[in-house]
Ligand binder design. Structure first.
Ligand code: ADP
Ligand code: MG
Length: 678
């Protein structure tokens, strides 16, 4: 008998290979699989007649296989499977690449259901690489209705994953409901088992949405429970008092190469007042990309060091940690404040002895010596999540003394929403941009204007500026018609900009190499940096003035906004050029989304537009908008956020350790583990 704890290999056709791939996604048993939620749906709910098809449509057709054969294309080193499918109205040519086994699975005379996009080549309509399944009965799970799409890992297909989930979906019936019944009733939420069934195999959009609402509520509720628990715990704890060193702070500020904005001053003041108290500070600085959050955090660290106490600064990437390390060293020159760096690959000899420790996750994982730690700062905190916070609070817990906590985020949300979602944090908002910043000029560029764009980059470099080129992939892929950094780097170095210095950067490079490249770019030894999304957050190269993004449609608008924020960080007029992968330039929705980038420079506005334009069945979670902690809820589930916050606060007030809610407690533990995997 298969039950919820059964191993994933008990499912038909998973096998050893499948199990290994699923494990990469964190899926080891049946329950994991049931809770692995889709992020969008393909809408194949209306069956089309072949005679009615138009290029550019995404459709579902059904017909008989008239012909199917494999061919080799030696020039492109591809195997091509060609088929002719006809229904009562007409027939259409269908092509798959490098999947020769399809010709074995489907035979002439079979009735098949196909789903995908119609394209046109040389005046003829075709379907390229559609989803397919044979029609045995009326139950189609891949090509008819609303079809769930999941985040995958290489080697695993949507079809396989869907097939696995289909086999166990009925086991949702024995998943225990853990949300308190009164909450379910009051908010008219779906129960858990129905929500699971409907999120994976919805009959219609209403199914999908009600299921999503329930699961989003659960997710937000757990998050809120956790933050309420932290808040409760903190209220009984003490912190080291840091006396405001007014004279030294004034001097430090007057030596900066710029004047602080009023918002920066106000925020710094709020922090410096907070840390003077013997109660732990919990504060969030929210300010859009480039608003200058770092310097405010640095002023706090300065005061801590002058009090002979220590602070830690954690960043989500090594590149960013290195950058902070460099700028702290520079800013504190001559002040006799020691700074050390601790990342996955790097750790000073004297680990843990310095006044300031800068690092990545490694800070928490490696458990440095955090004696006398008075202040913990997390940059880009939305990348870490609420659990990391718990760990940080445990850094230096002696006699109920915890570090003051400061987090920085560019998640562009209004105050009311921020207060609801970060119920346990005090909020400082930096709205005002530093003086002299110019609006970044953004343009969606057609393929035909590529040469012009390159010439423009060349001009900028002649003026002494530098440029970024972002590509979605590291290496070229057969399946995706989008650019890879490696191929693009090749092209730019050998062909387009052979006289300039081009750098290459991606996540799979060794840390030491990444660091060298960033350093060269900073020192202007590199003119153009070709990079993946590793530079998405935080990176600060003041001299860069062009951000060119390839395959821009593959990124969320909030993400594009982050990329764009890598330029325009000084008085130089800066530019953002967006290119799409080939086919997408004809897709209206894509164009509308990217056009919004031309028009708006406000991150929150962009996130909102993104949500609207992605439309029904398309947005699940805010992974794309740089809020990985929410898998299924979105920042725009405002009502759900408020409700879940109220409920969580009430429960924790009455029952801080969840004694009366054992199931809830277990679930909270599981959720923490899940988030931790990210
Ligand atoms: P973010 O808020 O995105 O983290 P940073 O703190 O990295 O932004 O600041 C962006 C850039 O602006 C940095 O190069 C920083 O030195 C500079 N900067 C910060 N504050 C000011 C200011 N008041 N005037 C001019 N430049 C500033
Ligand atoms: Mg920053």
């Amino acid at each position: 008998m298969i039950n919820l704890d059964s191993k994933i290999t008990d499912i038909s056709r998973v096998g050893k290979v499948g199990a290994k791939l699923l494990k990469k996604l964190g899926l080891e048993n049946i329950q994991d699989l049931l809770f692995y939620l889709p992020f969008r749906y393909d809408d194949f709910s209306s069956l089309s007649k072949i005679a009615d098809l138009n290029a550019g449509q995404t459709v579902n057709i059904r017909g008989e296989v008239q012909l199917i054969q494999n061919k080799r294309s030696f020039k492109r080193r591809l195997n091509i499977t060609e088929a002719l499918i006809s229904d009562e109205s007409d027939s259409i040519k269908v092509i798959w690449f490098n999947q020769p086994f399809i010709a074995k699975n489907i035979k002439v005379g079979d009735l098949v259901s196909l789903a995908g996009r119609v394209s046109e080549s040389q005046g003829q309509l075709t379907m390229n690489s559609p989803q397919y399944e044979k029609v045995y009965s009326n139950e189609l799970i891949h090509t008819q209705g609303l079809i769930a799409n999941y985040h995958l890992t290489e080697g695993l297909s949507q079809k396989q994953l869907r097939y696995f989930i289909r086999q166990v979906i009925q086991l949702s019936d024995i998943v225990e409901e853990w949300l308190p019944t009164n909450i379910i009733k009051r908010f008219e939420l779906l129960n858990l088992k129905d929500a699971l069934k409907k999120i994976h195999f919805p009959k219609n959009l209403t199914d999908a949405e009600t299921a999503r609402q329930r699961l989003a509520f659960s997710e937000l509720f757990l998050r809120q429970l956790k933050s309420q628990m932290i808040k409760k715990e903190l209220s009984s704890q003490k912190a080291i008092t840091i006396k405001f060193q007014e004279q030294a702070t004034r001097e430090f500020v007057s030596n900066l190469p710029f004047q602080l904005t009023d918002d920066q001053k106000k925020t710094a003041w709020e922090i410096l007042k907070d840390i003077e108290k013997p109660r732990p500070m919990s504060r969030l600085i929210e300010g859009d990309v480039g608003s200058g959050k770092t310097i405010v955090a640095i002023m706090a660290m300065l005061n801590v060091a002058l009090n002979k106490k220590r602070s830690a600064l954690m960043a989500p990437t090594e590149i960013l940690a290195e950058q902070h390390f460099r700028s702290l060293n520079q800013l504190f020159k001559g002040l006799n404040i020691s700074v050390e760096l601790m990342t996955g690959s790097k750790r000073n000899k004297d680990a843990g002895k310095s006044d300031i420790i800068v690092g990545t996750h490694a800070l928490i994982q490696k458990g440095a010596d955090f004696k006398d730690l008075a202040l913990a700062i997390v940059d880009e905190q939305h990348r870490f999540g609420v659990n990391q916070r718990q760990k940080i609070l445990d850094f230096n817990k002696q006699d109920n003394v915890v570090p003051h906590f400061l987090s920085l985020t560019a998640t562009p949300i209004p105050r009311s929403l921020a207060l609801a979602i970060y119920g346990d944090l005090d909020l400082s908002i930096i709205k005002e941009m530093p003086k002299g910043r110019k609006k970044i000029i953004t343009k969606l560029v057609k393929e035909g204007e590529r040469k012009k764009a390159y010439n423009f980059i060349r001009q900028q470099i002649k003026l002494g500026r530098q440029a970024f080129v972002i590509c979605p992939l590291i290496e070229d892929s057969d399946q995706l018609e989008t650019k890879s950094v490696k191929a693009e780097y090749e092209k730019l170095t050998t062909d387009i900009f052979s006289d300039l210095n081009i750098g290459l950067l991606h996540g799979k490079m060794k840390s030491i190499d990444k660091e060298a490249v960033m350093k060269d770019f900073l020192e202007k030894k590199i003119d153009i940096l070709v990079s993946t999304s590793v530079i998405e957050v935080g990176v600060d190269i003041k001299n860069a003035s062009v951000m060119l993004i390839e395959g821009a449609e593959r990124f969320g608008l909030a993400q594009l906004h982050q990329f764009r924020g890598r330029v325009g960080r000084s008085e130089h007029q800066s530019y953002c050029l967006l290119f799409t992968s080939k086919e997408e330039i004809t897709n209206e929705k894509t164009i509308d989304r990217l056009k919004a980038m031309e028009k708006y420079s406000d991150g929150f506005m962009l996130a909102k537009i993104d949500l609207k334009l992605r439309g029904a069945g398309e947005i699940y979670g805010d992974t794309q908008s740089g809020f990985p902690e929410l898998q299924i809820a979105s920042l725009f589930d405002y009502e759900l956020i408020k409700k879940s916050a109220d409920e969580a606060a009430e429960i924790i007030k009455a029952d801080p350790n969840l004694k009366a809610h054992p199931l809830l407690k277990i679930k909270l533990g599981e959720w923490e583990k899940l988030i931790h995997l990210e």
